[in-house]
Design a protein around this ligand. Structure first.
Ligand SMILES: [Zn+2]
Length: 601
């Protein structure tokens, strides 16, 4: 016996704009939890996958398992999304849902459709009550709350459904707070952190991104990151290195330490193996220490639009058919790809691009040249293959709110607090471009001879403190010392230059009997992170060349490579200073040669 599909349509009017409402309404994981749905269990198991990101899921309803196959969510951000579920057990045959956010004068009209095809009499009788009456009422209550929060520009992290502390958790929270304050952390930021841990929504706390929170708090990003690093030592937070898939950007491996990194990493959704790099694919996140609040990592929806916020549109297109989409795009670069095909089509959006373009996905690949489209273009997507294809349009830029491993490991606070953090012996990992600075004391042998070993040694030790402080103040870190020489690392060249200026000046002006002269060289380029003597160290031609620059310094100057000198921030600093070219073709350790510049502070 086959039953007719039942259809429910609800329309509500909300005050916030579609963009703001979207981050709440399209967060189906959060929504399903708020709607009281039970947690899901993935039935495919690790290493197994269905084509086009279809999933096999199970949840328990009144002690009865309900299993279904879920089609991939389809959406156009921030206008509409929907999903289809085919039940393998229970009273329903299929469930379809679609939500449309229409911008209107003074807010958004939300049209919410549900279609249900019952499998048996129980499904036929219960659906009008469960969906038609109960869900309608409950969904409206949740959406009204989301509308209010969206219009207040609040983050989900602030609003708990209910908070459960571990036994003794509240007391530990106060102990941790006192510990941070004793260490000199700023009271305002500490109290915001404590309040977040005390009241925050468990789902949002499961993966805290320090820069996103800093932006929301209107606080400096480095200060918040350093506070969180200290808070792990004070027993408040735990940290985690998430290895992100370069395609779906989901966290595919979660490690407590860098030495737990195992490569290559596999993504079941995208069916690829990849090698992590510190520059974009290893992100540092935090969660509450379980001794304070234990956060269960249950999932209530695994593939809704907000799990992959960089994907603007995702559409499942039948074999040999096409679909036209009108997309609200921001200026920038995008990639269109099909989950089951190799390669992709690059697309640039700006005001002067084409209003309509056609793109064909075929077994032989993609057309090639980058397409230029307008900001609200119509894309005619054609699936020319004989298989169903999941087409994905994604923004190419990574979120600047992620705290990358490249940044964190080049921070003095991190190296001080996590001195033993290293990679597995033998592993190498790309960290992208870093600034490497070497310094060395001028005429230190002479110093030891003239004023005696003990006083000279004291001066040399003092100079390490001055240098380390100047480096930390500018957001860099000391990697190691070799005799009187120091190797330091920075994210960008300009802070390295400012740090060495400060250190040289302070040492010259010091009241010591013998002011010290500091030689310095700075280079910028790509590096590899390695484990050397159980410490995180860097190597590569950039490091080797930087170590040679310092030999050209006379102690009242700084030697820069052309890569450093040409940096726009450095150019700004050099406008006031004299720079002279001292070498025109210093050899790096590869075949490249470069110019070397001398700057007087
Ligand atoms: Zn993936």
């Amino acid at each position: 016996m086959s039953f007719k599909e039942l259809h429910y349509r609800w329309e509500w009017k909300f005050k916030s704009q579609p963009e703001a409402l979207w981050t709440w309404v399209a967060d189906t994981n959060h929504f399903n939890r708020d709607a009281g749905l039970p947690a899901l269990e993935n039935r495919l198991g690790k290493g197994n996958r269905l084509a086009n990101a279809k999933r096999r899921l199970r949840l328990m309803v009144f002690g009865t398992p309900l299993e279904y196959e879920e089609e991939p969510f389809e959406w156009i951000r921030p206008r509409r999304f929907g999903v289809v579920r085919h039940y393998l057990s229970g009273p329903l045959d299929t469930f379809r849902q679609s939500a449309e956010l229409i911008p209107e004068e003074g807010g958004t009209r939300l049209i919410y459709d549900v279609w249900v095809k019952p499998k048996n009499i129980l499904g036929l009788i219960s659906t009008p009550i469960q969906i038609g009456i109960l869900s309608r009422r409950q969904f409206e209550t949740i959406f009204r709350r989301y509308d209010k929060l969206a219009s207040l520009q609040r983050l989900p992290i602030e609003f708990p459904a209910h908070v459960e502390f571990a036994p003794g958790g509240r007391e530990r929270l106060q102990v941790g707070r006192d510990r941070l304050l004793t260490q000199g952390a700023g009271r305002a930021l500490v109290d915001r952190l404590i309040e977040t841990l005390e009241r925050g929504d468990a789902m949002a706390l499961a993966r805290i991104r320090p820069y996103a929170l800093a932006d929301y708090w209107n606080a400096p990003r480095r200060a918040v990151l350093e506070l969180f690093l200290r808070a792990t030592r004070a027993g408040l937070l735990n940290l985690q290195w998430d290895v992100l898939c370069p395609m779906c950007r989901g966290a595919k491996q979660k490690n407590e330490t860098l030495s737990d990194l195992r490569m290559p990493v596999h993504c079941d959704t995208c069916n690829i193996d990849f090698y992590a790099n510190f520059e974009s694919s290893v992100e540092l996140t935090f969660h509450p220490n379980p001794a304070i609040r234990s956060i269960e990592a249950s999932e209530f929806c695994v593939a809704g639009p907000q799990t992959t916020p960089h994907i603007i549109a995702q559409q499942l297109i039948a074999p040999r058919s096409s679909r036209a989409l009108t997309l609200p795009l921001e200026k920038g670069r995008y990639r269109l790809r099909a989950l089951e095909l190799n390669g992709g089509q690059l697309i640039a959006a700006d005001t002067h691009g084409d209003a309509a373009v056609s793109v064909k996905a075929s077994d032989s690949g993609w057309a090639g040249d980058e397409l230029r489209v307008a900001l609200t273009p119509t894309l005619n997507l054609e699936n020319a293959t004989t298989q169903e294809q999941l087409l994905i349009l994604e923004r190419i830029a990574w979120s600047d709110q992620s705290t990358t491993a490249a940044e964190v490991t080049a921070l003095q606070t991190f190296r001080d607090l996590f001195a033993s953090e290293a990679l597995r012996p033998g592993d190498q990992i790309s960290v992208g471009s870093l600034t490497i600075m070497f310094t060395d004391l001028k005429s230190s042998t002479q110093l030891y001879r003239e004023i005696g070993d003990a006083p000279a040694f004291g001066l040399v030790m003092d100079h390490f403190d001055v240098l380390k402080q100047a480096i930390a103040d500018e957001g860099g870190a000391v990697v190691k010392t070799i005799g009187d020489a120091v190797m330091a690392v920075f994210q960008r060249p300009a802070p390295a230059l400012r740090a060495i200026f400060k250190a040289q000046e302070k040492l010259l002006k010091s009241s010591a009997a013998r002011p010290l002269k500091l030689k310095a060289g700075i280079h910028y380029g790509s590096c590899i992170a390695v484990n050397l003597n159980d410490r995180l160290d860097y190597f590569g031609t950039t490091v080797n060349a930087a170590s040679r620059l310092v030999e050209l310094s006379s102690g009242n100057d700084i030697i820069l490579s052309s890569a450093v000198r040409d940096d726009s921030e450095v150019q700004e600093i050099l406008r006031e200073l004299k720079a002279e070219c001292v070498e025109t073709n210093l050899k790096g350790f590869d075949k490249e040669t470069f110019e070397v510049w001398r700057v007087y502070s």
